[in-house]
Design a binder for this molecule. Structure first.
Ligand SMILES: Cc1cc2nc3c(=O)[nH]c(=O)nc-3n(C[C@H](O)[C@H](O)[C@H](O)COP(=O)(O)OP(=O)(O)OC[C@H]3O[C@@H](n4cnc5c(N)ncnc54)[C@H](O)[C@@H]3O)c2cc1C
Length: 627
């Protein structure tokens, strides 16, 4: 039987919730927050409260059915539906920035791709943040711990060489299920073959820390039944739904962290203020409050609580307790792409949007037979600058970076650009991601997700997305008011740095070459975006296209970066009793989609807290012995 809120005793009424006494308060029941709460509550001596702004939505078919995710965007019961400020780099567009507003957070509404990144990207976290815990060796065990890998391949693909993994990099009994696509269309197979014909290789195991190449993708889809989303709720909440030491309150908006000055003058977090059902409440912790409100809201809550740039806080009318101008930094992956009409007779997910076809497929899915509604992304590729550019183009890029670096005024930003430059000089360092789907994507409609992913009735299309995973541009997320319900101002800085548009144009040019290589070219009819007369081998024309057809890949990070805002143990610098555990602690981007890191980070943070408690208990015992 599917779990419902009624069958999960951890979901509390406000009266029961507020009566509880908790060691830890986790703000945000999302991807990292529920992972952390699920693991921490394994220890019955630790009590945990989770406060989530959205609803529970447990068992919701829109969340669980893989191909239904585009229907969730823009709806207030699923999506915060943030928008950026007008972006100069993309002709003034105010970009849609979806974020999950329900239990499971963004893991409940994402595309379910499962990636991990490259070894040196994680080692750079340690280097840039001046910490020790977070290199590849520090995070790799937790990637494995959360995974339950289903290595089955569809029967039609059993002899295909596009699938490759090594057992030692996977786990088979973790909470989050990962699986290959349940079927591939003939055009998806042809795409792989064309990539191989262009000289690209299938990675030996793209989840081993070496992802360079083009190969099969894993999705967080549970294929033990018809194919359903595996996410923070199914992995970390439902199985622990009877625990007496875990309490979850939904529809409760945390407004700020409450501080008191300690005897040594340090600000000490005591708990949080939140609203629920139109009333205001205060909840105090015995141990710590942990912000897991995600890449947009965690920096917002920090600033509302007085931790951030003094000038930002002064303007918003918030008293500044800790002046830290790096709260609210933001780095993202950006994405453009190309769309073609498929030739007659090719399968396209666009057909799912035709009412009669949808009804038929819904019946197939409801009968437990999977089909296109259970579809996940079948492929993913990570390529380097060397794969997409000429020697002369690389020289130009390196010079542009060096020139731009001279305009930077602080060490962190210079060090960051040095690290990004080193990546551009490494032939195996992935900087661009390529994802192909049998579907129409309107890359020119980045202001509205319902157009971006929803305009496919009557079309039969193919789209390849090109994502820049190491953007030089870095923007900001800041409050403009002391009102907790007022969304922050997001300046995503899309295409701000002159190098980013060039890297994107090289990526788009390369993918058009692959799509025009046999046997893929025989699957495609006319190009839709850009229109056929646009010459993508001409950088100027390619850049013009990019500016009108680029937006977020939905992977913002860095609002509470390791080293700049939190320390190695995730403590917010300058205060006591407050930690952060979500995508905002990531100081530098990885080549890969970000949910995998959020699970791994929640796992790791739980271990660190358990270890702290063990150490404190031992110290206490030793102290008693001495006495
Ligand atoms: C459209 C889209 C597609 C994506 N596709 C993929 C993909 O295919 N693969 C992949 O790996 N990644 C993908 N991502 C990114 C990935 O899902 C996120 O990076 C990750 O889930 C973020 O996790 P988090 O824990 O940082 O935050 P979230 O999971 O967003 O959790 C934050 C939680 O805090 C709650 N909250 C916020 N403010 C408050 C408040 N004031 N009070 C109480 N609660 C609050 C939120 O409602 C939310 O539940 C995608 C993202 C989007 C938007």
């Amino acid at each position: 039987m599917a779990a419902t809120p009624a069958t999960l005793p951890v979901l509390k009424s406000i009266e029961d919730f507020i009566e509880g006494s908790y060691d830890y308060i986790v703000v945000g029941g999302g991807n990292a927050g529920l992972t952390l709460a699920g693991r921490l509550s394994e220890d019955p001596s630790i009590s945990i409260a989770v406060i989530e702004a959205g609803g529970a939505k447990i068992g919701d078919p829109g969340v669980l059915t893989p191909a239904a995710f585009p229907s969730l965007f823009g709806k207030p019961e699923y999506d915060w539906d943030f928008h950026t400020l007008p972006q100069a780099g993309t002709n003034g567009t105010k970009h849609s920035w979806a974020r999950g507003k329900l239990l499971g957070g963004t893991s409940a509404i994402n595309y379910m791709m499962y990636a991990r990144g490259q070894v040196e990207e994680f080692n750079d976290w340690n280097r840039i943040a001046g910490v020790k815990n977070w290199g590849w060796d520090g995070i790799k065990p937790y990637f494995s711990k959360c995974e339950s890998f289903d290595k089955r391949i569809s029967p039609e693909d059993k002899d295909s060489k596009d699938y490759s993994h090594l057992e030692e990099h996977h786990n088979y009994d973790g909470p989050i299920k990962t699986s290959y696509a349940s079927f591939r269309s003939s055009s998806e197979r042809a795409y792989h073959e064309a990539a191989i014909n262009c000289g690209f290789k299938v990675p030996v195991d793209a989840w081993s820390g070496v992802n360079h190449g083009i190969g099969a993708n894993l999705s967080t889809i549970d294929r033990s039944g018809p194919g359903t989303r595996s996410y923070a709720v199914t992995g970390y909440l439902v199985p622990n739904g009877q625990r007496p030491n875990l309490a979850v309150l939904t529809d409760a908006h945390v407004e700020k962290v409450i501080f008191e000055k300690g005897t040594d003058g340090t600000q000490v977090a005591k708990g949080v203020a939140f609203s629920h059902g139109g009333k205001s409440y205060t909840l105090l912790h015995k141990g710590a409050t942990i912000l897991s409100a995600g890449a947009v809201m965690t920096p917002q809550i920090l600033e509302l609580s007085g931790i951030g740039s003094k000038s930002v806080l002064d303007k918003a009318g918030v008293e500044c307790l800790i002046d830290n101008p790096r709260v609210g930094d933001v780095e993202d992956h950006i994405m453009s792409g190309i769309t073609y009409n498929l030739v007659d007779g090719e399968f396209s997910l666009d057909h799912v949007n035709t009412p009669e076809v949808f009804t038929k497929l819904a019946k197939q899915y409801a009968a437990g037979e999977g089909g296109p509604l259970a579809h996940g992304v079948s492929n993913s590729g990570f390529l380097s600058l060397f794969d997409v550019s000429t020697e002369e183009e690389r020289k130009n890029i390196y010079e542009l970076v060096e020139t731009h670096k001279k305009t930077l005024t602080n060490d962190f930003d210079r060090k960051r650009e040095d690290m990004l430059l080193a990546r551009l000089k490494d032939p195996k360092a992935a900087i661009l991601q390529f994802i192909s789907l049998n579907v129409n994507i309107d890359f020119g409609a980045r202001h509205d997700m319902s157009i971006f992913l929803g305009q496919s009735v009557g079309t039969t299309r193919w789209s390849t997305c090109v994502g820049l995973h190491h953007c030089f541009s870095r923007g900001s997320i800041h409050i403009t008011s002391s009102d907790p319900k007022s969304p922050p101002a997001i300046d995503a800085a899309i295409l701000d740095h002159p190098v980013d548009e060039l890297l994107m144009s090289f990526g788009v040019r390369l993918i058009d070459k692959i799509l025009n290589t046999s046997p893929m070219k025989e699957k495609l009819a006319s190009r839709v975006r850009p229109t056929p007369e646009v010459d993508l081998s001409d950088t100027e024309q390619a850049v013009k296209y990019i500016k009108g057809h680029t937006g977020t890949e939905f992977h913002p990070i860095a609002g509470a970066s390791l080293g700049l805002v939190v320390d190695d143990e995730l403590n917010v610098k300058g205060v006591k009793g407050l930690k952060v555990c979500d995508s905002s602690i990531i100081p530098l981007h990885i080549s890969g989609n970000t949910q995998g890191i959020c699970y791994a980070m929640g796992e790791k943070a739980a271990d660190m807290l358990k270890e702290d408690r063990r150490a404190a208990a031992t110290t206490k015992k030793l102290g008693e012995l001495t006495l």
